[in-house]
Design a protein around this ligand. Structure first.
Ligand code: GDP
Length: 363
């Protein structure tokens, strides 16, 4: 499928017996990256990504995020080539209301994980990011220590679009990050009730961060989101908050008992932690590892991934069909007329919808 790697003119002659350097010359490519059209071949992208070249990984993610059809076409080829190298990670979704301490937590845990030799990618889903000017991970002061760690790769949310579109881009970015050797993927979500389901559908483990000193209502956490959680971490369990956090832990433990059993057989855990003092943060990681062992042993881990992969196909079909339908000229002409006819009580919405579909399928 992929074309042959382009030969790069170089004065550098490699002596026999010495390993040939990468065909991707980072310096040369850097100079070319200002151009609109991608300058790498698919092979070069693949090679760069697999070698963990961050510049190339970032460039490829930019193609995934691009709205240009020609960029999308290249992105899809890169993804297809990366797929055989992907999958080898634990994907962790992290949610909680703004201010609960998600980025502080990710930084605290992430630093430990990187120090232990893991490669960590931190991605985000924030469908509102254009409106709020990149509220999530866009702020450079966030996760400062992690962003300079050689083992960490932090990527802000793809800019606003439909939640489905943003979620697709993040899912595809996960594939590329895994191919680049990142073995732990965090997907952070804004926690305002919209994007949690999308994140839940693309991760292995879903962590809900909560506060000890505020009720569920105050935290805007819907029951459905609590039901999705594999663990609840009561953050900011430090100083005067400690007692409240312990109390909240007991309450949430009791609340979780009332929920229906999970499909995985895993019993969601509740624990306290402080992203600030780091107390309890390691314990959260131990819970995640325990979950991984448990669900791999009973095969749920793999079944869930397969289920997610199948689901993506149907989502893509829905998305593509809708896209085609609503960009169809005849449909675009017909919609306002039928809308008016509905308002005039000349036609029922049901018949109007049928007329549109008939008009579309006749072509
Ligand atoms: P996010 O919006 O959920 O990502 O929250 P941030 O990580 O930006 O944290 C919001 C605020 O809470 C910041 O001022 C943090 O310093 C503070 N914070 C985060 N975690 C803790 C914690 O465990 N204890 C205390 N006391 N403050 C924390």
């Amino acid at each position: 499928m992929g074309s042959k790697p382009k030969k790069i003119q170089s004065a550098l002659k490699v002596q026999q017996g010495i390993e040939q350097p990468s065909s991707v010359n980072p310096q040369l490519k850097k100079e070319l990256t200002g151009r609109k059209t991608p300058v790498f071949s698919i092979d070069e992208y693949l090679e760069g990504i697999i070698k963990g070249n961050r510049t190339i990984l970032s460039k490829a993610i930019t193609l995934i995020e691009s709205a240009l059809p020609e960029h999308q076409a290249i992105a899809q080829q890169i993804i297809a080539r990366c797929l055989p190298y992907a999958g080898n990670s634990i994907r962790i979704g992290i949610t909680g209301v703004p201010g609960v301490g998600k980025s502080t937590f990710i930084e605290a845990l992430g630093k430990n994980l990187c120090n232990a030799g893991n490669k960590l990618a931190v991605l985000a889903i924030d469908p509102s990011s254009q409106r709020s000017k990149g509220s999530i991970l866009g702020d450079k002061t966030r996760m400062e220590a992690l962003s300079t760690d050689a083992n960490a790769f932090i990527r802000p949310s793809p800019s606003a679009g439909s939640l489905g579109g943003v979620a697709r881009k993040t899912r595809e970015t996960i594939i590329l990050c895994e191919a680049a050797g990142f073995n732990i993927i965090f997907v952070e979500t804004v926690g305002v009730g919209q994007s949690e389901t999308a994140v839940h559908a693309m991760v292995d483990f879903f962590l809900l961060l909560m506060l000890g000193n505020a009720g569920d209502e105050l935290q805007g956490i819907k029951r459905g989101i609590m039901e999705m959680a594999d663990a609840i971490a009561i953050n900011k369990a430090d100083g005067d908050n400690k007692k409240m956090a312990s109390l909240a832990m007991t309450q949430y433990k009791n609340a979780l008992h009332l929920f229906p059993p999970t499909e995985s057989g895993w019993i969601p855990e509740v624990a306290t932690c402080s992203a600030y003092t780091h107390e309890g943060v390691e314990n959260i990681w131990e819970i995640i590892e325990k979950y991984q062992l448990f669900t791999k042993a009973n095969d749920y881990f793999y079944q869930k991934r397969q289920q997610q992969a199948k689901q993506i196909m149907f989502e893509m079909i829905d998305e593509r069909l809708k896209e085609k339908f609503y960009h169809n000229k005849a449909i675009l002409n017909l919609i306002p007329k039928l809308q008016q006819a509905i308002l005039n009580n000349e036609i029922s919405p049901y018949i109007a919808a049928q007329k549109l579909i008939d008009s579309y399928t006749e072509k």
